[in-house]
Structure formats: C-alpha cells, structure tokens
Ligand binder design. Structure first.
Ligand code: 1AG
Length: 135
C-alpha cells in the first residue's frame, strides 16, 4: 500500500517553474507574479476521492479525482485549458497524465525523506518542487 500523501505541505524549493509556465504559454506578467509565490498543497482523501488544493496569496487551484478513473480537468486560473486527466499509482508515485492541447503534460507526486515531491511536465519542460509538512 503506498504511503499517504495527505496533509498540508508548504513549498520549500522550486526549480524551473518558469520553464513549465513558458511551456503552458503563460504571459511574462503572470509568470513574474507566480514565481514570487509560496505555494501550499493541501491533499485530502474524501471517501475514494482525492482533493488537491494548491493555495497561494494570488490564486488557488483545486481539483479532485478518483485514482484510475479518467476525468475532465479545467485548469481554471492556471492556463485555463481542458484536459482529459488520469491519475494512477506507479509504485509509490501518484502520476497524472493530462491529455489535451499540450504534449507530454502531467505531474507526479511522491514522498521522500518526509518531504512531498512534485514534478510538473509540459512539452519539453520539467518543474521540480519540494514541500515540507506543516505541523
Ligand atoms: C498542478 O499541480 C499545478 C499547480 O496541477 C500550480 C503550480 C504551479 C503553477 C502552474 C501554472 C502556472 C499558471 C499560471 C500562473 C498563475 C497562477 C499561479 C498560482 C499558483 C497557485 C495555484 C499538480 C499537483 C496535483 O500538485 O496534485
């Protein structure tokens, strides 16, 4: 059984978020704002659904899903695109493929040394973020 990613997590490191946002076609103006933010992740399990919230002082993004069940994702407030998304466990990694206009789009979450890791993929870009648990 994979470890639980549930909890509240604060970003402590972020590498190449700008490249990821360029891949998504985000404007320079919005990228400048987004790069200054400290993101907080709140991951909850409600019944058999996960609810994932990315919170910041600028915008919030919340979505929910069941593992192994494709869903319609609208990335409201991010790049405002529609994707057909599918989240699965690959070993201890929670992996999402976001099919849509952008090639090679998705993300992966996993735990390592009590930290929550996130990789965000879009086109040829990879953003890597690390979060520590909020106690
Ligand atoms: C995601 O998490 C993305 C979460 O799907 C947001 C992370 C970075 C920002 C991404 C794109 C930037 C687009 C527009 C910038 C505008 C606002 C930035 C606000 C950022 C906070 C919402 C996947 C994963 C799911 O965590 O578990």
């Amino acid at each position: 059984m994979p470890v639980s990613l549930c909890g509240t997590w604060d970003m402590v490191n972020s590498v190449n978020l700008d490249g990821y946002m360029i891949g998504l076609g985000i404007s320079l103006y919005t990228r400048k704002i987004a790069l200054k933010l400290k993101h907080r992740k709140v991951i909850e399990k409600v019944g058999d659904r996960y609810v994932v919230k990315t919170l910041s002082t600028f915008r919030n993004y919340t979505f929910s899903f069941r593992v192994n069940e494709e869903f319609e994702e609208f990335t409201k407030g991010l790049d405002d695109r529609h994707c057909k998304s599918l989240v699965t466990w690959e070993g201890n990694k929670l992996v999402c493929i976001q099919k849509g206009e952008k090639k090679n789009r998705g993300w992966a979450h996993w735990m390592e040394d009590d930290k929550l890791h996130l990789e965000l993929y879009c086109e040829d870009q990879v953003c890597k973020q690390v979060f520590k648990r909020v106690v």
